[in-house]
Design a protein around this ligand. Structure first.
Ligand code: NAD
Ligand code: WQD
Length: 351
């Protein structure tokens, strides 16, 4: 570890946050986790503790918009840097409930920034999204691609980026690393941590995994008439373990230079929906039934990162391929067919 030693993680019980906690604990960081469990469960953090063999730090159940409670956490601990995952992330829900999304994502970020400022904490790693590029077109997108968010979720992420950029421009003591994730998938190789969405998954990989484990009959492939090599939409899937490794490396580089630094996190290669189905079938050893369905409103044909900037800056690049993403996602799903809640019940009855 060469970066800050005590890191506050917002949204640390969520899909990406829990993997980040495991990665940071494994590298000797002290962690303070805050989460309101609005889209997660404390069981994820119990699993993190099992993987790490320790929980160095503390966990607080709170909404980051509750500045009094958040401030008390900063009073209690000497925080060096913050990794900010806490947000609502469903594109479809954001279209239904835009104000809720702006309040959670933008209001959450400004509450966090005010509290950090009051406590003299000026180093932040921020979770942004490829969705800020909207329908920017085909071909790998680099970080200079103009943002064109097409839904309230993406707009809330872009608004936070603009706020952070403005703060960095006006306050030279701030360093912000803003990471634009493409499509994070996969799971911790232990099978203890993974993606456990509430309700029916919106996203491809968790849906395919639930088909494989028998929770749904078949996948509906949204759009088979795109101008792509097999007619299905292309995305840049990145293994969640690579993604969280990049956060650890980001912490190591926070001291390099003040200001705002924006990097794409993807592998720089596109996979179609049918590529994912084929890779997942190989991983689980059974055919994934699917049927063609109409395009999903708002989807674009192709979204692939030009992911070279982060490698130029830090010499880091992702190493896990689509087969590893599917293998690890399948292991989690196989061992936890009903997600964290189901496996916890099973474990209790086994005792
Ligand atoms: P997640 O929903 O699994 O995790 C978010 C966590 O934040 C949850 O544990 C939730 O309970 C918590 N949370 C939400 N609002 C909160 C609040 N006001 N106060 C305290 N805790 C709160 O989502 P994830 O997939 O782990 O995503 C993490 C971050 O990455 C989000 O900022 C998301 O926008 C961003 N992101 C995710 C993806 C993706 O496909 N998963 C892609 C790009 C960007
Ligand atoms: C991938 C492809 C679907 C489900 C979303 C957010 C984005 C970012 C990443 C947060 C698409 C197709 C899906 C299904 C299908 N998240 N599909 N059948 O839409 O690329 O990106 O997650 O920041 O903001 O929009 O990911 O996994 O939903 O879809 O055919 O049941 O799989 O149409 O082409 P997406 P996804």
């Amino acid at each position: 570890m060469s970066g800050p030693s005590t890191v506050l993680v917002t949204g640390g019980a969520g899909f990406i946050g829990s993997h980040a906690c495991a990665e940071l604990l494994d590298h000797g960081y002290e962690l303070i986790v805050v989460d309101d469990y609005s889209n997660s469960t404390p069981q994820a953090l119990a699993r993190v503790e099992r993987i790490a063999g320790r929980f160095a730090g503390a966990v607080y159940e709170l909404d980051i918009r509750d500045r009094r409670s958040l401030s008390a956490v900063f009073d209690r601990h000497s925080v060096d840097a913050v990794v900010h995952f806490a947000a609502f992330k469903s594109v479809s829900a954001s279209v239904q409930r835009p104000v809720e999304y702006y309040d959670a994502n933008v209001g959450g970020t400004t509450a966090l920034l005010r509290t950090m400022h009051e406590h003299g904490v000026h180093q932040l790693v921020y979770s942004s999204s490829c969705s800020v590029y909207g329908d920017a077109g085909t071909g790998p997108l680099d970080e200079s691609t103009p943002a064109r968010p097409t839904n309230p979720y993406a707009a809330s992420k872009w608004t936070c980026e603009q706020i952070l950029s403005d703060v960095c421009r006006r306050r030279p003591e701030y360093t912000v690393v803003c990471l634009r994730y493409f499509n994070p998938v996969g799971a911790h190789p232990s099978g203890l941590l993974g993606e456990d969405p509430c309700g029916v998954p919106d996203n491809l990989l968790p849906y395919v995994a639930q088909v494989a484990v028998g929770r749904h009959d078949r996948l509906r492939v949204f759009g088979t008439d795109y101008p792509t090599r097999d007619g299905t939409a292309i995305r840049d899937y990145i293994h969640v373990m690579d993604l969280v490794e990049a956060h650890r490396v980001a912490l190591d580089h926070l001291a390099d230079a003040p200001g705002m630094h924006v990097y794409n996190l993807g592998v720089g290669e596109g996979s179609s929906v049918l590529d994912v189905v084929t890779a997942f079938s190989a991983a689980c050893g059974r055919r994934i039934p699917y049927e063609a369905a109409p395009r999903r409103p708002g989807d674009v044909a192709e979204l692939v990162a030009d992911a070279r900037a982060v490698t130029r800056a830090w010499g880091w690049h992702p190493t896990r391929d689509l087969d590893a993403m599917c293998r690890d996602a399948w292991r989690f799903q196989r061992l936890n067919p009903q997600g964290y809640a189901g496996s916890a019940r099973r474990t209790e009855s086994e005792r």
